[in-house]
Ligand binder design. Sequence first.
Ligand SMILES: Cc1cc2nc3c(=O)[nH]c(=O)nc-3n(C[C@H](O)[C@H](O)[C@H](O)COP(=O)(O)OP(=O)(O)OC[C@H]3O[C@@H](n4cnc5c(N)ncnc54)[C@H](O)[C@@H]3O)c2cc1C
Length: 411
Amino acid sequence: MFEAIMTERQRKLRAEVQDFVKSVPRQLILDMDADRVKYPRDFVTEAGRRNLLGLRFPAEYGGRGLGWEDEIIAIEEVGVLGTALACAYVMPSIVGEALSVFGNMQQKERWLAPIVKGQKVAAEALTEPRGGSDFFGTTALARREGDHYILQGQKRFIVGAAECDFFLVYARTDPNGLPHKSISAFIVERGPGVEAEYLYGLLGTRGGGTGRLVLRDVAVPAENLIGTENGAAEIFYRMMVPERMTSAAGAIGMGRAALQIATRYSDQRKAFGEKLRRFEAVSFKIADSITALDAARGLVHATARCIDAGDNPNRSRRLVSEAKKFATETAWQVINNSMQILGGIGYTNIYPIERLLRDTRLIMIWTGTNEIMALIIQHEYYDEVLASKRELRDVEHDAPEAARTEEKVYE
Ligand SMILES: Cc1cc2nc3c(=O)[nH]c(=O)nc-3n(C[C@H](O)[C@H](O)[C@H](O)COP(=O)(O)OP(=O)(O)OC[C@H]3O[C@@H](n4cnc5c(N)ncnc54)[C@H](O)[C@@H]3O)c2cc1C
């Protein structure tokens, strides 16, 4: 983090999280990576016990009423543990957003408070086998029958599926309606018809419980509907803020972890009788990596400030997407550079860089692929520029022949 601009409260929070991160058993990370542990429930319980989950939510539901500016500091620290643990850590922040903003008081007491306290585990189920990018093409169905909804469909790649106590599921409640006005969000607890299995031989991010969810005519009480029927578009857009901000902040922690290893290594390891850091090819990689990491951190931090300040949703959407895309791609480059600096040993499991590299590959895919981020960024930016009046200096005129409009041909 940028030391000089951190508040005292943020420094204390960071120290608390660092203490927690230090307490995480190394064996847990190894067991998760080896798929010996299917889900790190003790880790989540401990984070909750320390009051470190869902920091943004009100104290009455177990949070600390902090802002994004604070939460990204905590997430960066947890990020050094890798994607699976960081994801388990941020899930209450993601699912909690839907409950906190759109849930009623009973729903908050029943589901928000327990996940923020680490007593229950939630999972979010958006992605379907037919595709994740096209969220509004959701095919899972929910039909109302009396005081219940009957849900059927499949979701895949659901983190925590193997172990969670409940799922936040998006399903279509109006099969003939417009895509943006026909999906609803439900809390689905484990019970008859809810089948979830630990699945997939993942490249990295193992041990996070990622699995498939099959819903076979599951009767879900109507009071488990979050927000309004057919109104989940708003919930989805809102949830994408924590979804992507947490990926962005965690990425910085992962890049930082690898870069520190490479920096120390290049100060000790010698080649041709010189420390590696004496070769420009090595030290400039360190320079480029730390510069990129600081730039990513700066963007994530500025985005957090803008969200906390209540920026308009469209600009926030662009900034959040930029932060997610840039931070995750930066982490990938930094970890790749770090591996290169270590040479052959970096490619082995003597150092954790290979695990971080495997983990980081995922974060450019999940929580909205980076192509989808680019789609959002350009869309919002075109809208912003084309809607703005040319009231500021029109720089287009600052050319000698600017007035020759006959040369400004567009078709
Ligand atoms: C380990 C893991 C954990 C996950 N955890 C969860 C979870 O907890 N909950 C959850 O709901 N999902 C989760 N996901 C799903 C993840 O978010 C999706 O995989 C992701 O959104 C992409 O969806 P897809 O895999 O169906 O790819 P597709 O949507 O099929 O996309 C395939 C490719 O096409 C590109 N593409 C698609 N549409 C466009 C477009 N319009 N313009 C440009 N390019 C496009 C994509 O960028 C991508 O490169 C997880 C995935 C993995 C692998």
